[in-house]
Ligand binder design. Structure first.
Ligand code: AHR
Length: 502
């Protein structure tokens, strides 16, 4: 048995919990849109063709924003194809995913869907095959009330109210050689700056995201952020980060410690952004939009044959997550929350079917993957201020990330409601951990609940037939006595401990 200790003190504040930390991502990719969020004729579909079961699960997930329409897809996309009468919308080749895009679902449908799902739309502009003019057109169509060609067109298409989209991504992963229109950092930085400057002429209050690296392993990582921010520093609010993790060669210990890599990635981007700010003698801080993160078995996808023909909405990137994936995923959420002073927006990539917490059968059932649960719990219970917790924990060696602590944890404290929540992961592959937490600084509190996501088989999954194989269960071993919490966290587990003012 391992043992670890931590202290919760409401004075140890990092930053407020940002609701946008719990954002997600809807890309025209595989079955995310078609037979994911949209499937006219499905037994639960509403009059607009939106699947009611998916809408319900999206609300239960607690997703707060949705980035759209890509991803790699956006770099070849013409947004005009997806608006207006459906019968006139063109079918196009989607080069990014070697599919056919029917354009049956487009911008106006997406915004209508976000209103029903109760989340904020976040839009990406195409800077791969397009540029400043098309970004301005899209902004005019979305956000101008009426009285211009494109705003009147939106009204004519049935959306009287402007879409009022506040957050805009200036392209996607432009550092990646796989990206349509891939370019160098200086070239992209100038294009992003020109696009941002022009968009701000329409609305200076927009929140704009410049593309950072598509992963910290990219050969240009660091230099890319530095150059892009040299060009865009005064014009953007965010630099993006993207990161995906998977278990390599059965190395579960490293995989469970993936958050150590995410911590390092975030710290490196913050340091790079601040060094550009210092060189420019700017007092402004650039925040991070971690607008793609998840567990993704990317190597399986890279080794698979791309579709030979150009199918419509083929099943792509449909990872089926197990318990260890969900525990690793919980660690990534802890890392994002821990960095709330600079990570003020994040998107789980993606929402449905494509590396997603929600899975569907065409015409059939929808269910929660294992990763659904840590996300839903964190979105529901993280409130108020993020607290810095500095666990004293045993450590172990990992092949990929060196020495890591067995216990990873973060907490939030909401002064108004008196709720404090501790999120904790035991990354040991084989040993339970007894955690003692000193709660005296919180004043009198009572235990409002303790759940654990764990089980005898770290590779257990949820399926349509057995959707509740891996779900949070009550941890009956939690004890609270004289301001000290004691609880046992099983090996490979995600834990949520809720305290309320007594
Ligand atoms: O989320 C899947 C893909 O991963 C996105 O389209 C792209 O931006 C990233 O490489």
């Amino acid at each position: 048995m391992l043992s670890a200790h931590l202290t919760l003190d409401p004075a140890f504040r990092v930053a407020p919990v940002h609701r946008r930390t719990f954002g997600t991502f809807v890309e025209h990719l595989g079955r995310c849109v078609y037979t994911g969020i949209y499937e006219p004729g499905h037994p639960t579909a509403d009059e607009e063709g939106f699947r009611g079961d998916v809408l319900e699960l999206t609300r239960e997930l607690g997703a707060t924003t949705a980035r759209y329409p890509g991803g790699n897809f956006v770099s070849g996309y013409r947004w005009e194809d997806g608006v207006g009468p459906r019968s006139e919308r063109p079918r196009r080749l989607d080069l990014a995913w070697h599919s056919t895009e029917t354009n049956e679902f487009g911008l106006d449908e997406f915004v209508a869907w976000t209103r029903k799902a109760e989340l904020e739309p976040m839009m990406a502009v195409n800077l791969g095959t397009r540029g400043v003019a098309e970004a301005l057109d899209l902004l005019e169509y979305c956000n101008i009330e009426s009285g211009t060609h494109l705003s009147d067109l939106r009204v004519a298409h049935g959306s009287k109210r402007p879409h009022d989209i506040r957050m805009w991504c200036l392209g996607n992963e432009m550092d990646g050689p796989w990206q349509i229109g891939h370019m160098g950092a200086r070239e992209y930085g100038r294009l992003a700056a020109g696009t941002a400057r022009a968009m701000r002429m329409i609305d200076p209050a927009l929140e704009l995201v410049a593309c950072g690296s598509s992963g910290s392993g990219m050969p240009t990582f660091g230099a890319w952020e530095s150059t892009v921010l040299e060009e865009t520093y005064d014009l953007v609010d965010f630099i993006s980060c993207h990161a995906y993790y998977e278990e390599h060669d059965g190395d579960l210990a490293s995989f469970l410690a993936s958050a150590a890599d995410m911590d390092h990635f975030i710290d490196a981007v913050v340091a790079t952004a601040d060094s550009v700010g210092a060189r420019l003698r700017s007092k402004k801080k650039i925040n991070i939009s971690f607008d793609e993160w998840n567990v993704w078995y990317l190597s399986r996808f890279q080794n698979a044959e791309p579709p030979r023909d150009w199918p419509v909405a083929p099943p792509l990137l449909e990872d089926h997550y197990h318990l260890a994936d969900a525990v690793t995923f919980g660690g990534l959420l802890i890392s994002l929350l821990r960095h709330s002073d600079r990570v003020t927006s994040a998107c789980l990539a993606q929402l449905v079917n494509v590396i997603a917490p929600i899975m569907t059968e065409p015409g059939g059932r929808a269910w929660r993957q294992t990763t659904f649960h840590p996300f839903a719990q964190a979105s529901r219970h993280a409130a108020g201020q993020v607290l810095r917790v500095e666990p004293a924990s045993p450590t172990h060696e990992t092949a990929r990330f060196g020495e890591v602590a067995a216990l990873d944890a973060v907490a939030t404290h909401d002064e108004e409601s008196g709720a404090t929540t501790l999120f904790a992961v035991n990354r040991s592959t084989d040993r339970p951990l007894t955690l003692t937490a000193d709660l005296r600084a919180l004043g009198p509190v009572r235990l409002a609940g303790a759940t654990v996501l764990s089980g005898p088989d770290p590779y257990a999954r949820n399926t349509a037939d057995a959707p509740d194989t891996v779900v949070p269960r009550t941890n009956t071993e939690a004890r609270l006595d004289a301001g000290t919490l004691e609880i046992t966290l099983p090996a490979v587990s995600w834990n949520v401990i809720r305290l309320l003012r007594a």
